[in-house]
Design a protein around this ligand. Sequence first.
Ligand code: G6P
Length: 372
Amino acid sequence: AAADKGGWSSFMAKEISEEPEAVANTILGRTRDGQVVIPELDGLDDLFAGIQRVIIVACGTAAYAGMVGKYAIEQWARVPVDVELAHEFRYRDPVIGADTLVVSISQSGETMDTLMAVKYARERGARTLSICNTQGATIPRESDAIVYTHAGPEVAVASTKAFVAQITALYLLGLHVGRVRGTVGATEAAQHVLELESIPDKIRRILSNEQERIEQFAHWMADTRSVLFLGRHVGYPIALEGALKLKELAYIHAEGFAAGELKHGPIALIEPGQPVFVIVPSPRESAELQKKVVSNIEEIRARGARVIAIAEEGDAAVLPYADEVLHIPLAGPLFEPLLAVVPLHIFAMGLSMAKGLDVDQPRNLAKSVTVE
Ligand code: G6P
């Protein structure tokens, strides 16, 4: 029964349409009187108060969710966070111990590399917390604590709705740990909770206002051979995710870059007609970063790039330079990734469909990789 497309053309189309619920259901039951309350983490306050560092381990899309989470957890809980690909982590004798919290992120809960990283961390005395979308899976069973994402079953091989649910869970965790450590006040936490609770409706707005237009672009771009993605701060992991999704679904060469790296190499790739998606930081979050990214757009545009900007509604600064602007609703500091990723998921799916590919079962990939 779970494997029913319910009238959608693909599981992926259905799962992207469920991104609002994936966020909403992950928040559900985890707030009270405007504050984050995570019943699963009862009794762990001493652990959260005492940790000296957090290491997030994951693979693929889940690792990009981890990179987004790093910004929020460091900001709110004032604890250093590293993000590592699970398969790299356990083969390099990492510095970990009882004061380390290793947070694994996995949709399936069965990814072998991530499971082995968790076991490795435990053997070395670290505490482990699993963010997982599958009840009773192996990784949560091997962990000290579990925060389930409630995205619902994800069938399409490439992950979409689980990604926004993972970011949501990391944000709830960051706020919770920040409250325990006294690094975020009740008033501030309440504002972030409100912001998080407003995200599902904002995703719905993107789906209803922009989905058709994005699919239209994808159609026009069906013979594109390479696409670049630029982002900065929390937009950087979103650029990586946009590129990964395009490789997975449309078999197109795609790369994501930190916008600040442009002048250190990637700008050499720009030639006339090169499509570049640019995730523009909110000017309200950081006018300085927004200006820098707008000047990146000018630089690549001057070299002939075709720029598709993802920018906040009302951000007029990008209009003169971008070929196309995809608007996302206003969101509070740090929350933009939950919105900016939605057009990129739609675009990758649209391009795959325009090329007549199997969007749910891309060649050579498996939903969960249970071998090392
Ligand atoms: C596979 C899937 C990806 C997913 C990755 C991690 O490669 O194709 O979509 O991001 O595994 O999966 P997990 O279940 O651990 O989140």
